[in-house]
Design a protein around this ligand. Sequence first.
Ligand SMILES: O=c1ccn([C@@H]2O[C@H](COP(=O)(O)OP(=O)(O)O)[C@@H](O)[C@H]2O)c(=O)[nH]1
Ligand SMILES: O=C(O)[C@@H](COP(=O)(O)O)O[C@H]1O[C@H](CO)[C@@H](O)[C@H](O)[C@H]1O
Length: 211
Amino acid sequence: MEVAVIIPAFNEEERIGKVLEVVTQVEIISQLVVVSDGSTDDTAKTARLFTKDVIELEKNIGKGGAIMAGFAYSQADIVLLLDADLIGLKREHVLALLEPVIQGEVEATVGIFSSGRLFTDWAQKIAPFLSGQRVLKRTILKDIQKLDHTSYGFELALTKYLHARKVDVKKVFLYGISHIMKEEKLGLYRGFLWRLRMYWQILRSINVDIK
Ligand SMILES: O=c1ccn([C@@H]2O[C@H](COP(=O)(O)OP(=O)(O)O)[C@@H](O)[C@H]2O)c(=O)[nH]1
Ligand SMILES: O=C(O)[C@@H](COP(=O)(O)O)O[C@H]1O[C@H](CO)[C@@H](O)[C@H](O)[C@H]1O
């Protein structure tokens, strides 16, 4: 059974190295795919220090499109999705997410931040379905259409599909983990605008007819 990790990354040169360092310590992962989503910094160059499987998209197409480009590239049976800007990720977190699917207990898992930072813990408590940390069987993603255009709506569209198909999704609490918030990456003003754009893309995906 092949396991791949897919990491969508838009201008994450300062953060992605830490995530890749951890992921390369997990023996069960046989392929590490980074999709640089039209990054204008050295995201792809940094990723190449860890893996040969780096896809460089010419233009920024949004998170959903980047993930689906990685999925089209990989043939693995089980796919782990991780964001590139995680803080405090450990090998144990990755294994905790993967094991229920590898053991055949469930078809999908979703990782929920806990005891990390107040705001990010709180955000995931009220909207756990938005989490970017997930494991899915290939068959699930293969069956879903129209995820390429969802951008930040990817997780909500996926959740809708999983719910409609009654796919059993196990919540896995990821202790001591968080991510860098948009306002920290881009500054208050640009970060907030990017956040509003994200909320718009999430709202838009409520109506996506995924099949
Ligand atoms: O247009 C985009 C926006 C985001 N991302 C990536 O998607 C993940 C989650 O995005 P972000 O960190 O902005 O979301 P947050 O976790 O802050 O909501 C990160 O690895 C981003 O680099 C991407 O590939 N393309
Ligand atoms: O938790 C949230 O409210 C958002 C926003 O995170 P920020 O703290 O604004 O960077 O992040 C999540 O939602 C996005 C949309 O579904 C996902 O793409 C991210 O992976 C997830 O972290």
